[in-house]
Design a protein around this ligand. Structure first.
Ligand code: ZN
Length: 407
């Protein structure tokens, strides 16, 4: 190195004529990406971290050795807005489902309060923007599965009052009024009561989430909803043929109505070879989860620990292929080409899914911004994908709610 400096000092012309010393284009992009990422609202619409709040060993405020989300890693990755998922097994229905959902809502609110130095509980897009201005992480909530209202429409209003800003119409199993993509159709999409639920969600300004639902439920919700829909954590079926993902026609229809598809990072939803091998080894995600739930006696921490262990073992044995984080970019890019940059966002499924290599936790998120810039995306489009689109549809849902409540 010292010799090179001596040569340069002796002949400064070298600096201008040799391509060896020309500015490295990649470094410019890396620098621009960092600035863009860390000045943006980076909003993830689906994180299953709530389940961890019930573990004695987990602390949201500290860097944890496992899992994907905690405040230190969110800060490191520039994730400054998060939807904590309220989730219970889809086979639990009626009053027990309501009770367990309320336990989780309480746990989210308490954890946010306990960390009020870093976090701010938000209900509106405006509050998310305010949290960002104050340098705090915006915490929001989404209920993942209509079974948690216990078949009682009043619970939609109560959940909304408690701060829930979206509800996924079903989880892995059909509920009383909506068919799931991973269950046998029982209602031909949404029942009449299910359509009333969608209307009540519109009235409450709660986003209608169509991740997990059957294709027919999606089209029924699209027809009934007065506000744009959200797919809080779904990827593209054209790249990985999984029923949990959205077909090109569905993505186009969602976008035509102003909605946003939030790309899920789960390996078996983004990589066809992995999905095929995983199905062969485990019988598919629903069967695998069902077995683990039984073996773990419904203990969520045990389920995700066991699942990670089994997947790591199968990958080490060569029975499951390696999946790169770059598949996430492929899905974002596919959806953008299909529907435009106004209709794509991020719904990682952190702490609820198996992450691809290179996206081990929230600290890795800046890689997404850099990869999109390298593909030629504009700063404005990247900002929209990182969170702007979600804020826009939250505002639309808030506007629809005001209009409906005025009548
Ligand atoms: Zn899910």
């Amino acid at each position: 190195m010292r010799c090179l400096r001596a040569v340069l000092a002796a002949c400064p012309l070298l600096l201008t004529i040799s391509p060896l010393f020309a500015p490295v284009h990649g470094d410019d992009i890396a620098d621009r990406a960092r600035k863009l990422h860390f000045s943006s609202i980076v909003l993830d619409t689906h994180d299953d971290t709530t389940q961890r709040f019930f573990s004695k060993t987990y602390d949201l405020a500290k860097r944890n050795p496992d899992g994907h989300i905690d405040i230190p890693r969110m800060k490191e990755g520039g994730m400054n807005a998060i939807f904590f998922s309220i989730w219970i097994d889809g086979r639990i229905m009626g009053p027990p489902a309501i009770e367990k959902a309320l336990d989780q809502i309480d746990a989210v609110r308490e954890n946010v309060l306990r960390n009020s130095k870093d976090m701010f509980f938000c209900r509106t897009a405006e509050e998310v923007r305010r949290a960002h201005k104050e340098g705090k992480i915006a915490a929001l909530m989404g209920v993942e599965g209509g079974h948690m209202i216990g078949n009682d429409i009043r619970m939609v209003r109560i959940f909304a009052d408690l701060g829930v800003r979206y509800m996924t119409l079903s989880h892995f199993y059909n509920d009383e009024w909506a068919d799931s993509s991973t269950d046998k159709p029982a209602h031909n999409g949404l029942t009449d009561f299910g359509k009333d639920i969608v209307r009540e969600m519109n009235r409450q300004g709660m986003l209608v989430d169509i991740s997990h639902v059957s294709d027919k439920t999606f089209y029924d919700a699209l027809e009934v909803s007065k506000a744009p829909l959200i797919a809080s954590h779904s990827s593209c079926r054209a790249l990985c043929n999984h029923v949990r993902d959205m077909s090109d026609d569905m993505i186009k229809a969602l976008a035509a109505n102003g909605g946003v598809i939030q790309i899920n990072y789960e390996k078996s939803f983004i990589d066809q070879a992995y999905k095929d091998a995983y199905d062969k080894q485990t019988g598919g995600v629903v069967q695998h989860l069902s077995e683990l739930t039984k073996n773990c006696n419904n203990d969520e921490a045990c389920i995700s620990r066991e699942m990670a262990k089994i997947q790591a073992k199968l990958t080490a044995e060569g029975k499951l292929p390696h999946v790169s984080w770059e598949r996430i970019i492929d899905h974002i890019d596919h959806a953008v080409k299909l529907a435009g940059a106004d209709h794509v966002g991020l719904g990682s499924d952190f702490d609820g899914a198996d992450m691809p290599e290179g996206m081990e936790d929230a600290s890795k998120l800046p890689k997404i911004t850099e990869a999109l810039l390298r593909k030629g995306y504009s700063d404005a489009d990247v900002r929209k994908i990182l969170g702007g689109n979600t804020l826009r549809i939250m505002e639309q849902a808030e506007r629809v709610s005001r209009e409906l409540q005025a009548h």
